[in-house]
Design a protein around this ligand. Sequence first.
Ligand code: ATP
Length: 242
Amino acid sequence: MKEAGKNKTTKTGKASLEREGLRAEKICKTYGTQENPVYALKETSFQIPGGQFAAILGPSGCGKSTLLHVLGGIEEPDGGSVWIKGKDLYQMERSKRAVFRRRSIGMVYQSIFLLPALNIEENIILPLLLDGRRAREKQLLGLLRETGLEAKREALPSQLSGGQQQRAAIARALVMSPSILLADEPTGNLDKASRNGVMELFRRLNDIYQVTILMVTHDEELARQCDRILYMEDGQIIRDRF
Ligand SMILES: Nc1ncnc2c1ncn2[C@@H]1O[C@H](COP(=O)(O)OP(=O)(O)OP(=O)(O)O)[C@@H](O)[C@H]1O
């Protein structure tokens, strides 16, 4: 991901961005027991080029969250592979995968996990501190500005609206300058105005920072605002619309 203030690039014709995309190959994940297996992912394969903003759309229980967790390095698949920045995620040692995940993949969830005792700035920079790095004022200011939270820098999460809290969580997910942002129903708990604000923010971040975004949603209207929709059903991608 590019940092604020650095040269912008166009969305097309960037070979390096192609390499920074994401590839899923025949991912399988089964839950349950041998007698009663639940096939959550059935050899799911697809590729997202670097810089694309794609949605995964599908009915409840079709495997969207499972897929996102596997892509995010959180849940090991039973089979198949995930390639990010040219690296096979599940061929890495567990400790190396944890570091790679922290530095290369941002995650945003429906439930907003901000630490209540830390102010917004402290919440946003937390991943940097956990990685042994210091926050740079210029980068922090860029993120606060993009997310419209400049005035809330020292506020506690409880002093923010749901939409503002989600925007802070998005800033936190981006503070490590990841190449991929995975968002699981990020607008699921928000009212319509906040939902539109978050979508607008994703589009802007995708444009400015060229971060690849994969967003899980139930909402066809939101999915239509993305560059591409991957329709999922019963553990598989059944349709792919650009
Ligand atoms: N930890 C688990 N143990 C057992 N079954 C699970 C587990 N997690 C998910 N499943 C099952 O796997 C299938 C896919 O679940 P998943 O949560 O990925 O679907 P989803 O499309 O994200 O659903 P929703 O839109 O309701 O969040 C479902 O049948 C679900 O019940």
